[in-house]
Design a protein around this ligand. Structure first.
Ligand SMILES: O=P(O)(O)OC[C@H]1O[C@H](O[C@H]2O[C@H](CO)[C@@H](O)[C@H](O)[C@H]2O)[C@H](O)[C@@H](O)[C@@H]1O
Length: 250
């Protein structure tokens, strides 16, 4: 499909009919993009809405983020039981069971190399997530090429997975992605047998869009239209929250 055809195809998501499981990304989907990861704080109204949406869907709601589970719980005040962190590398089921990929030993080297570059570049930020280390350049856009170049060299040398995102480049332990996280939730109660709907904005969400579209579900891109595996689109975080309100009221 050409870019023009993809964009024309991106319609508003259908109303949920009752047999769906809803999977939501966090940054850029439930929370507007902020200058730094630590600037994203608690939004009590949004978190109450998430809790009500989960209740309305009989618990069939999960958040699947690039952040760690601890960070997701901090931002969402633990409003959502089922969560997956680090792009699928860690997961907590709706019943509280925890799964985590082992930490790759080469991440020590990556952390040190990222910190060395960041030490000479005000605005570059290293985010250590355990099973992955991210280098953020939103605050130092002139360092984008150097950050990506360093990450590529380290990925080639170590076998770690390169993950690009919104003004960030990350090296992570090879393992499950967001599509795999959706599949894992769908194999368990209360998600089993449901039609998956995934809502997200970022490159890391494409794995999940591809999985849900292949499974007869619906991928919903948040933000400006672009080439994507999703088939639906919502304009921004406000539109996502308004759509969740509709689900609660339905
Ligand atoms: O999968 P997501 O929930 O969308 O998480 C993706 C990454 O989000 C965070 O970084 C991004 O959001 C920050 C705050 O808005 C922003 O400052 C940064 O530039 C973005 O890349 C988070 O820090 C990462 O760990 C996530 O992978």
């Amino acid at each position: 499909m050409s870019l023009a055809e993809t964009v024309a195809h991106l319609t508003r998501p259908d109303p949920l009919s009752g047999g769906e499981a809803l999977f939501l990304d966090l940054d850029g989907t439930l929370s507007p993009i902020a200058p730094r990861p630590q600037d994203v704080g608690i939004d009590t109204r949004r978190n109450r809405l998430l809790a009500r949406t989960a209740e309305r869907l009989g618990g069939r709601l999960a958040v699947i983020s690039g952040r760690t589970i601890d960070d997701i719980d901090r931002i969402l005040e633990s409003a959502v039981a089922a969560v997956s962190g680090i792009h699928g590398l860690e997961r907590r089921s709706a019943l509280g069971a925890r799964f985590a990929a082992p930490v790759h030993p080469a991440l020590d080297q990556v952390r040190a190399d990222f910190q060395r570059l960041a030490a000479g570049a005000p605005g570059l930020l290293v985010e250590d997530k355990g099973a992955s280390v991210a280098l953020h350049y939103r605050g130092a856009p002139d360092f984008e090429n150097r950050a990506i170049g360093l990450a590529r060299r380290l990925a080639d040398r170590t076998g770690l997975t390169l993950q690009a995102g919104s003004c960030v480049v990350e090296l992570r332990t090879p393992g499950p992605d967001k599509g795999d996280a959706v599949a894992a939730f769908l194999a368990e109660p209360p998600f089993a047998g449901c039609r998956p709907v995934f809502v997200g904005d970022d490159l890391t969400d494409e794995d999940a869009f591809a999985f849900v579209e292949r499974s007869g579900g619906m991928g919903v891109l948040v933000g400006p239209a672009r080439e994507t595996a999703a088939s639906r689109r919502l304009a921004d975080v406000e539109a996502v929250l308004a759509w969740l309100q509709e689900i609660v009221r339905a």
